[in-house]
Design a protein around this ligand. Structure first.
Ligand code: NAP
Length: 302
């Protein structure tokens, strides 16, 4: 398959390019500038230099069988920067439809399920409790609208906070915001307070890339699909692990949980039935924490 990958120079983009090129697909990497084509990426993909803030000519997208849309745009100006991302998605999905691309796979986020309550599944009605979740949920809706207008197949994957080393060995490690904030506080010797039992179901980047590869090749793949580990990783474990690495274990304060009900969690049975296994991000998390604990400063939310 010839696959267009937007955000190919990003954190998840590297993993998706690595996986799809290893599977024998021909990759086009949509990048904002030629300088984002690292030698590692150039060895695996041909470049298409475009800024998704601008209108995109469908002719530039012709010849692709599928697009994996990973780019996320946060314009630095404007009252509602998330709208910039939604607009870019709408333009891109429409251009892909006009170009005759037959499958568009969008990297949404488990964040569309906020506020997290109880046992959550893909069948839940999406409410959203923040602008990021609202932008991702809106883009999902526009994807389905474009798919219906142009007749392409639309797939949605919803990862949790992603962990693991970058696929490109020369790329700087990146981390989800919540983990980055914990690391930053501990590095600055500020105490961190975490609630016992609370955490997130993480996603190993390499697992996500495998799921995306399978969704591209399997017409029967379920969508939307929550691609998160079955087990929750609690913040207490992450904070203690980082604090121990930094030699400051006394800075972690684990407070008792007041609520009596079980912490919210995603039901991963749809993913597991289809993939044939549960995801587990624990070894990716170890490598991730080793890498970011030694970085001089935090790099980027996700
Ligand atoms: N990482 C996570 O924990 C996580 C969890 C759930 C969902 N997601 C979703 O997964 C997707 C990928 O996340 P990520 O962590 O890989 O993000 P990332 O590392 O920040 O990569 C985002 C990519 O978007 C590109 N981009 C930004 N503005 C652009 C523009 N105007 N035109 C073209 N490209 C542009 C960036 O280009 P440059 O390389 O030039 O900067 C970058 O390659 C996002 O949609 C994100 O919402 C991520």
């Amino acid at each position: 398959m010839r696959v267009l990958v937007t955000g190919a120079a990003g954190y998840l983009g590297g993993h998706v390019v690595a996986r799809l090129s290893a599977e024998g697909h021909a990759i086009t990497a949509l990048v904002r500038s030629p300088s984002r084509m690292s030698p590692w990426l150039a060895a695996r993909a041909r470049p298409l230099v475009r800024d998704l803030s601008d209108a995109i000519d469908p002719a530039a997208l012709e010849g692709h069988d599928a697009c994996v849309h990973l780019a996320v745009l946060w314009p630095e100006t404007g009252a509602f920067p998330e709208l910039g991302d939604v607009s870019a998605c709408v333009r891109l999905f429409d251009a892909l439809g006009r170009a005759g691309v037959s499958h568009v796979l969008y990297a949404s986020s488990a964040a569309v399920h906020r506020p997290f309550v109880g046992r959550m599944t893909e069948a839940d009605r999406i409410v959203t409790a923040d602008a990021y979740g609202a932008a991702k949920a809106s883009a999902e809706h526009f994807l389905h609208a474009s798919a219906s207008e142009h007749g392409f197949r639309a797939s949605v994957v919803r990862p949790g906070p992603c962990v693991g080393l970058p696929a490109d060995p020369d790329a700087r490690p990146r981390t989800p915001r919540a983990i980055g904030e914990l690391v930053e506080a501990l590095r600055e010797s500020r105490a961190v307070r975490v609630i016992e039992g609370e955490g997130r179901q993480l996603t190993a980047c390499a697992d996500l890339a495998e799921v995306i590869g399978r969704m591209l090749s399997d017409r029967g793949a379920p969508s939307p699909l929550l691609a998160v580990s079955r087990e929750t990783t609690v913040w207490a474990e992450i904070a203690t692990s980082v604090a121990t690495r930094l030699g400051k274990p006394e800075l972690v304060d684990i407070a008792a949980r007041e609520a009596s009900d079980a912490p919210p969690a995603f039901d991963t049975s749809r993913l597991e039935r289809w993939l044939g296994r549960a995801l587990d991000a624990s070894s990716a998390l170890e490598a991730h924490l080793d890498a970011i604990s030694t970085l001089r400063d935090r790099d980027g939310p996700a």
